[in-house]
Design a protein around this ligand. Structure first.
Ligand code: AMP
Length: 284
């Protein structure tokens, strides 16, 4: 495994792989790797001759400076996990190289970023779309792997690749959870032991939504009301940014359950904002 920090070096490595006819699988991350990231890396390892991951805490996607500065960093563990799971290249560019003086080009979309997380995190998805586009241009992957946990992000990236005619296949993989059900997240490291327990309410709430649907409830407002009650019953829940039931492709609110919906939420546990979602199955 090799660590590459300069953009020029990364581009020439990827060009060489492509010239040799080798397929490149790419997993973009912000580091503090966990089992969720590992599942993407393993899938990339299975389907490609060369596996590249990036570790870059992208300032352009943080709407709050304190959030950027407190984002967990654990490079030693990242390198160990990457090595153990067969990564060939870890690309770790510097902020000043990705965004040099004079940088002024951003990728934005009209509709998708203005839903769900975008309502509380202005500019977040513009930052995500911009960095992913830059990383695709540098790493030149054949396939790129993303997690369903970041539902809106994967919808935006799929749209971006389609709209800009990019030659990258986007693979989206299921959310990996702890034995208790918490979605693995780098931000879980920021939770106290008590907050960790309260964070399980997100999973409980998702299960509650599923049970209501199984029992015949089809009204989204009723399901959302019940979910909010469960989450708000926990002491360390500071704020619910949103609980929404949306169409899986458009991310527009769905008033009734037809089998094409996802329930998504963003909740502050203490000072940590967590997101989670799941597909709502309607087996009528
Ligand atoms: P991040 O480092 O948080 O930017 O995440 C990098 C990639 O890992 C994104 O595509 C995420 O959707 C994905 N990811 C994060 N958490 C999970 C999880 N629990 N299960 C599966 N994929 C995940």
């Amino acid at each position: 495994m090799k660590i590459i920090t300069d953009i020029k070096g990364m581009k020439s490595f990827s060009s060489k792989m492509r010239e040799e006819g080798k397929s490149i699988g790419f997993v973009p991350t912000m580091g503090a790797l966990h089992e969720g990231h590992v599942s993407l890396i393993r899938k990339a390892r299975d389907g490609n001759e060369c596996v590249i991951i990036s570790i870059f805490v992208n300032p352009a996607q943080f709407d709050r400076k304190d959030d950027f500065l407190s984002y967990p960093v654990d490079r030693a563990n990242d390198h160990e996990l990457a090595l153990k799971n067969g990564v060939d290249i870890v690309f770790e560019p510097e902020v000043d190289d990705m965004y040099p003086d004079g940088f002024e080009t951003y990728i934005d979309q009209k509709r998708l970023p203005n839903r769900l997380c975008g309502l509380n995190r202005p500019g977040h998805f513009r930052g995500v779309s911009t960095v992913v586009t830059k990383l695709f241009n540098i790493v030149k992957p054949h396939k790129a792997y993303f997690g369903e946990k970041d539902l809106q992000q994967s919808a935006i990236i799929r749209r971006l690749v389609k709209d800009l005619n990019m030659d990258v296949e986007i693979v989206v993989l299921p959310t990996v959870r702890s034995a208790e059900g918490a979605a693995c997240s780098s931000r879980n490291r920021l939770l106290s032991a008590e907050e960790r327990l309260d964070a399980l309410s997100l999973y409980d709430a998702l299960n509650n939504a599923q049970s209501l649907i199984k029992s015949g409830v089809r009204d989204s407002r009723e399901i959302i009301g019940s979910v909010i009650k469960i989450i708000n019953s926990k002491k360390n829940v500071k704020k619910i940014d949103y609980v929404s039931i949306v169409n899986q492709d458009t991310l527009e609110d769905s008033l009734t359950i037809n089998g094409q919906e996802i329930i998504a939420m963003a909740v502050w546990i203490g000072n940590t904002r967590l997101i989670d979602n799941c597909r709502l199955t309607n087996n009528d």
